[in-house]
Design a protein around this ligand. Structure first.
Ligand SMILES: Nc1ncnc2c1ncn2[C@@H]1O[C@H](COP(=O)(O)OP(=O)(O)OP(=O)(O)O)[C@@H](O)[C@H]1O
Ligand SMILES: [Mg+2]
Length: 281
């Protein structure tokens, strides 16, 4: 049995992470999944901007689009669509040949309504974890843009990641879906820590309310900790202009907020600082 199957079968039999296997496969690379349960909350936009800002800071980043047959990363970057992900799944191509590269930014895009992929019998989580085992060490950060929904595939990748950015909006259904995601991650995979990013905020009180509601509920009912990354305001631009407006660095407050989010997500805390934080909470 290879490492990936071994790691996955640990979940199936014991529902908890085998830290021994995790430790042996991970290096200094940080694997971060951008997730949230609900659709359309900004996961892909945030993944792309996060990748761009990390590269801007001199880091090497791989972004994996795990929305494997409804891929949006290439579309948002204005790149031609292709079926390289199917080529990877069917072993027609190797990982290296499936990447789009722009300097230190590498993208493993996915497919769009590919019928062969739809019919293919494959395990997404095994494919992605194999890629991580083999190639994550070549990068400073590996970001995984997750699809909407509570699929086993997606949650396994969330659990495998070092950090999970749970993207939520002030919408009640988004808060409920994020809670459901955190609950399943906690109860099925033993994941007790997540990062929270509130997107599409129109008023400051909305942000505080979402943070309070979600972090208190997951703490009280699930015993989970939530690290607050911050809030991003709702941009009032025409739908077709959002991607370029959001992804282009500007002097606007949203961009400045995003830089703070990146700081908080990537800061390395000393053990002492973490203990202090635990005492405060
Ligand atoms: N801060 C924001 N202000 C205004 N509109 C936003 C903001 N963030 C996202 N959007 C809008 O929401 C749309 C959906 O964003 P995105 O595709 O990133 O969400 P998603 O969570 O990846 O969706 P899916 O679940 O379908 O993968 C964007 O195209 C944009 O129009
Ligand atoms: Mg998306």
């Amino acid at each position: 049995m290879d490492r990936t199957s071994e790691w996955l079968s640990t979940f199936n039999s014991r529902n908890e992470i085998s830290s021994q296997i995790l430790d042996s496969t991970k290096s200094e690379t940080q694997i971060i999944s951008i997730t949230g349960g609900k659709g359309g909350v900004g996961k892909t936009s945030i993944s792309l901007k996060l990748a761009r800002e990390l590269v801007e800071k001199g880091r090497k980043v791989l972004l994996i689009d795990s929305d494997y047959n409804l891929s949006n990363t290439a579309i948002k970057l204005g790149l031609p669509l292709n079926n390289t992900f199917y080529s990877l799944v069917s072993a027609e191509k190797v990982f290296e040949d499936c990447l789009y590269k722009d300097g230190n930014f590498h993208l493993l895009s996915a497919s769009n309504g590919c019928l062969d992929l739809f019919d293919a019998d494959f395990s997404l989580e095994e494919i992605v974890i194999d890629i991580l085992n083999e190639h994550a060490k070549e990068y400073d950060f590996v970001l995984i843009d997750c699809p909407a929904g509570l699929t086993k595939q997606s949650l396994t990748l969330n659990a495998y990641s070092d950090k999970r950015v749970v993207v939520v909006t002030p919408d009640k259904s988004s808060i409920t879906d994020s809670y459901s995601l955190i609950k399943v991650l906690s109860m099925k995979y033993g994941i007790k820590e997540n990062h929270l990013l509130v997107n599409m905020v129109s008023q400051k009180q909305q942000f505080s309310k979402v943070v309070k509601t979600l972090s208190e509920t997951v703490e009280n009912y699930l015993g989970c900790r939530t690290h607050i990354l911050g809030g991003l305001r709702r941009l009032n631009v025409a739908a077709g202009q959002f991607d370029s407006e959001f992804l282009t660095p500007g002097k606007n407050s949203l961009h400045q907020n995003f830089l703070q989010v990146v700081e908080r997500l990537t800061e390395k805390k000393s053990v002492r600082a973490m203990r202090r934080e635990q005492e405060v909470h």
